[in-house]
Design a protein around this ligand. Sequence first.
Ligand code: AKG
Length: 266
Amino acid sequence: MKPDSQQKQFQDNGVIYLPQLINKRWQQRLIAAIENDIKNPGPHYHGYKIDGGGNFHGNMRLWEHDAEFKDYCFNSQLPALAAKLMNSKQISLFYDQLFVKEPGTNAPTRWHNDQPYWSVRGWDVMSFWVALDPTTIETGALEFVKGSHKWDQWFQPEPFAVGGDEYETNSDYVKMRDIDAERDQLEMLSWDMQPGDVVAFHGLTVHGARGNSSPKLRRRGYTVRYCGDDARYYAGAGTNEDLRNPTLKQGETLFSQQYPKVWPQK
Ligand SMILES: O=C(O)CCC(=O)C(=O)O
């Protein structure tokens, strides 16, 4: 696919599938870093408590404590691709996040859009989720509602895990729609993925995933989030306190130690 048609697809649909974007060497390095984090979780670990069996390991801001994740966030092809897809001159790294559903983890990833959880406003906000295992709907491939980034609906954040922290109500947000009930009227997008395949999606695109019903296969997914030219800091109600920045003021550009500039590269 030509770069300009990638950009159009991303802007029109709110998500794009990029098969085999991440090479074997990066995959091996990410896998080693993931296994390390599972054994010795970094400080933002938030393993999701779930009903039923299995284990759902979650962590974020990993790059701040692990040189391998940092190298990938800063020096892989992702910052340049973020600049292209968002048509932005400069890119800041917002944060990275790990989602590992072990075999037999029935916990779904609830339907949501990301940006209401995040301390950032603007249109130029996106994520890259890379699969590190063969991934299908049955093992928890992400599903996206095509075009939902243009609904202009900011859904009130709710905890991912059973008994997880509640989010403050934001009066500008609306209650999440029942996407499963609306499926027939919506266009859903999802891909069977191989290790190294990536889905890139806008910060307002509605997405979710089923649990991992395989008795054998793991589902390791690792996401990096980037912001472009119009992104500004916002620490309003409903945003995740773990992502806020103690020094930035509302409306400032993000560039800071916590949200470093990664494009153009130095
Ligand atoms: O991997 C998952 O289950 C959730 C991923 C997700 O929601 C995200 O990266 O924004």
